[in-house]
Design a protein around this ligand. Structure first.
Ligand SMILES: C[S@@+](CC[C@H](N)C(=O)[O-])C[C@H]1O[C@@H](n2cnc3c(N)ncnc32)[C@H](O)[C@@H]1O
Length: 245
């Protein structure tokens, strides 16, 4: 099978992940993903990037390259060729909602209710990994491993359990609804190990989720501002809850 065909198939394979760009490959390697193939257009430039941005990986990034492509070929592999000129196929690290919400990890966990934008979803995974969250559950049809979400997360799906679910799972964690209509966060501390639940980009959280929450918190905003971007709201609350927990 030709390289382009393998990449096209991998995009549709629920067990595989297409990593677009240097940062996704770097994080996948750091978090011990199983890399199946790596195509690059300029291995010497890739080696220089690795030397300056990921010296901890030594030559592992360059050593992972399985195919060197002429620049025009990259666009046949992925719809938006990354500026760093490298793409890869790896095995996904699939997690269940129970693993993402496992209370053995005392940090807060994140649930997103029906996020619409893969880039937002990826940015949430990225900040959840950075803040040391226990896991991320994506409720609804959006796949947290789709290529644009991996790109938005810079490949940090490999850093913590990330799962998809049809509905908000049962959990022993205290459920906190994060909603502009809640109590200002400075006035209601977030309990340790909470499941922080965020709404969809346009409509926010629905009544069912709100009724399951033991707390409803808001990030204060200047009057006339309606809401923050989803990933920004996750970042604010995760770091605030980290301070308390
Ligand atoms: C773009 S907002 C949705 C806006 C929606 N019109 C609403 O009123 O909830 C997406 C999600 O980000 C979170 N969010 C955004 N701004 C927030 C704020 N100021 N306080 C608490 N949550 C916020 C909420 O979870 C919200 O459901």
């Amino acid at each position: 099978m030709k390289t382009a065909e393998r990449f096209h198939r991998a995009r549709r394979d629920p067990e595989l992940a297409v990593l677009e760009g240097f940062h996704a490959l770097k994080h996948a390697l750091r978090f011990r993903a199983e890399i199946l193939e790596v195509a690059a257009i300029a291995p010497e430039r890739l080696a220089r990037l690795a030397e300056s941005l990921a010296p901890d990986l030594g030559t592992r990034i360059s050593d992972a390259v399985t195919e060197v492509l002429p620049p025009e070929e990259l666009a046949r592999l992925v719809p938006r060729p990354p500026a760093t000129g490298v793409v890869a196929i790896a095995r996904r690290r699939l997690a269940t909602p129970a693993q993402a919400l496992d209370t053995a990890n005392a940090a807060s966990a994140v649930a997103l209710i029906e996020p619409r934008h893969a880039g937002n979803l990826g940015a949430v995974v990225r900040v959840a990994a950075a803040a040391g969250a226990a896991g991320v559950v994506v409720v609804g049809g959006r796949d947290p491993w789709e290529p644009d979400a991996i790109r938005g997360a810079a490949g940090l799906q490999y850093a913590l359990p990330v799962a998809r679910a049809d509905r908000l799972p049962e959990t022993a964690r205290p459920i906190v609804a994060v909603d502009p209509g809640g109590e200002p966060m400075d006035e209601c501390p977030i309990p340790p190990g909470a499941l922080l639940v965020f709404g969809t980009e346009r409509e926010g959280l629905d009544g069912e989720v709100l009724s399951r929450a033991e707390l409803r918190v808001a990030i204060p905003m200047r009057p006339e501002v309606s809401s923050l971007n989803l990933a920004t709201a996750v970042a604010v609350i995760l770091y605030a809850s980290r301070r308390v927990g």
